[in-house]
Design a protein around this ligand. Structure first.
Ligand SMILES: *Cc1c(COP(=O)(O)O)cnc(C)c1O
Length: 466
């Protein structure tokens, strides 16, 4: 087969055999897909030889760039020892050393704060990390002699994954509404989404009514609530919704007051995305349970962890016959290759000075966003660190959204793709999530392409090209 034939074979076989996630396959098969064959730094190479800038970190997982020698070498070294063994009844070296490192990191990040996270439970993706957290919180209260505490509170616009438990506590309707009958009934509190306040209040004068609403729910239901689960500071899949200062800390205070656990789903925000190692650090609070995945291995391998306090861990101790055991585990729990990749990735935070060198990039992004905000159809720009959302609206004055099926976000993404930039929108929100290691020059280029693409697409709109 010639190179061109092989390329065509891949495109055809993809369409013949693969069912892509979150994808209307009827549209997908109309065109040949971009087939990625290589990566380097912040770039992806496709089968036709073209290089693209990876503007969404390969779905938010890449931190330090692709093909990092340090991580490549760590994985290769581990391959020479063993690829997989199990944590059910056995232990392994990389999972032990990584757990130690993760706890040391949370100790540094949450210095002087209570509670203290001290145990690591492994799984393999963000959704499973959340399922583990929910089951852990649920069983914890049984062991504590408060079996009525069985319910969960989620924050509207929250997203915690696509498994049934994670969907039950999430609320991104467009993804989840179909499966409603399968869900357990979680309580939902208003989203602190100031641009589109669901309580119809003005940010300057609202006195954070959304937090008072949460307190009302707790006032009535705390006796039956195990935990509040939230994405600290940024509700990512819900549309890169950045919370107002003080809300997260307010929730922590309410959890203490009403004796409810706080589960921080840092699957998207963890590992530096928001400018600190964990988003909770911005408001100087620590959760009782913390879920991490996406950035943990720099995107090398599927891996997730659920961290818990000693208090939670201790509640599960007892005689064998008492069945206090946490009966949960996955085939790939604590996979050595994945843990080796995670260890090397964590080390890069200090060798690269990732967090320190991000600060200038964040300033550049915020400068570009301020410019973007002046464009006609840009309703709202928001970011925390390098988690960036640009919400496009039909009318700036009324905030009238574009209809879902106008695919405005996708139109911008396709325009960017013509400029060799890969981004993936969330409805009408243009999402930018570059690897944290992106150079200032590449970041400036990325923001410039985004701007050009938004202008091009909204100009088409004016000219009635659609
Ligand atoms: C992506 C995501 C998840 C789900 O992770 P998967 O690895 O896709 O299962 C959970 N919570 C948050 C906040 C996420 O962004």
């Amino acid at each position: 087969m010639s190179h061109a034939e092989h390329r065509q074979h891949l495109a055809d076989a993809d369409k013949n055999y693969i069912w892509h996630p979150f994808t209307q396959m009827q549209d997908w098969v109309k065109e040949d897909p971009v087939v990625i064959t290589e990566g380097r730094d912040c770039f992806l190479k496709a089968s036709d030889g073209r290089w693209y800038l990876d503007g969404v970190s390969s779905l938010w997982v890449n931190i330090h760039g692709h093909r990092r020698t340090e991580i490549d070498d760590a994985v290769k070294a581990q391959l020479d020892k063993i690829a997989h063994t199990t944590l059910l009844g056995l232990a392994n070296e990389p999972s032990i050393i990584l757990a130690e490192k993760l706890i040391a990191q949370t100790d540094t990040s949450f210095t002087g704060l209570k509670p203290r996270l001290s145990k690591v439970f492994y799984s393999d993706n963000g959704s499973t990390a959340v399922e583990v957290a929910l089951k852990m919180a649920f069983q914890y209260w049984i062991h504590k002699g408060q079996p009525k505490k069985q319910r969960f509170i989620g924050i509207r616009n929250g997203y915690h994954g696509d498994t049934v438990g994670a969907m039950s506590v999430g609320s991104v309707d467009i993804f989840h509404a179909t499966f409603g009958p399968l869900f357990f009934a979680a309580l939902k509190s208003p989203s602190p989404f100031c641009y589109r306040c669901e309580l119809n209040l003005e940010t300057a004068t609202c006195g954070m009514q959304c937090l008072s609403s949460l307190e009302s729910i707790l006032h009535e239901h705390a006796y039956e609530v195990a935990a509040i689960i939230l994405e600290p500071l940024v509700q990512a899949a819900g549309g890169m919704i950045v919370w107002p200062d003080g809300y997260l800390r307010g929730v922590r205070d309410l959890c203490n007051k009403y004796n409810v656990l706080l589960i921080a789903d840092e699957v998207a925000t963890g590992f530096g995305r928001t400018g600190t190692m964990f988003a909770c650090e911005h408001e100087q609070i620590a959760p009782d349970i913390m879920c991490l995945s996406k950035g943990i291995t720099n995107g090398y391998m599927p891996l997730a962890v659920t961290l818990a306090t000693d208090d939670i861990y201790q509640a599960f101790l007892g005689e064998f016959k008492d069945l206090k055991t946490f009966f949960h585990g996955h085939s790939y729990t604590g996979n050595p290759l994945a843990c080796a990749a995670a260890l090397a990735s964590m080390e890069l935070f200090s060798t690269d000075r990732t967090l320190a060198s991000m600060q200038e990039k964040i300033r550049l992004v915020e400068h570009c966003l301020a410019e973007l905000a002046t464009l006609d159809h840009v309703g709202n720009v928001r970011n925390k660190g390098l988690m960036i959302g640009i919400e496009l609206v039909r009318s700036k004055a009324t905030k009238e959204p574009f209809a879902w099926d106008e695919k405005i976000g996708w139109r911008v993404a396709y325009a960017a793709r013509r400029e060799s930039v890969i981004i993936r929108p969330l409805g009408n929100v243009v999402v930018v999530m570059p690897p944290l290691a992106i150079s200032l020059a590449n970041l400036a280029h990325l923001m410039n392409v985004i701007k050009k693409s938004i202008i091009a697409v909204t100009l088409e709109l004016k000219e009635g090209v659609w």
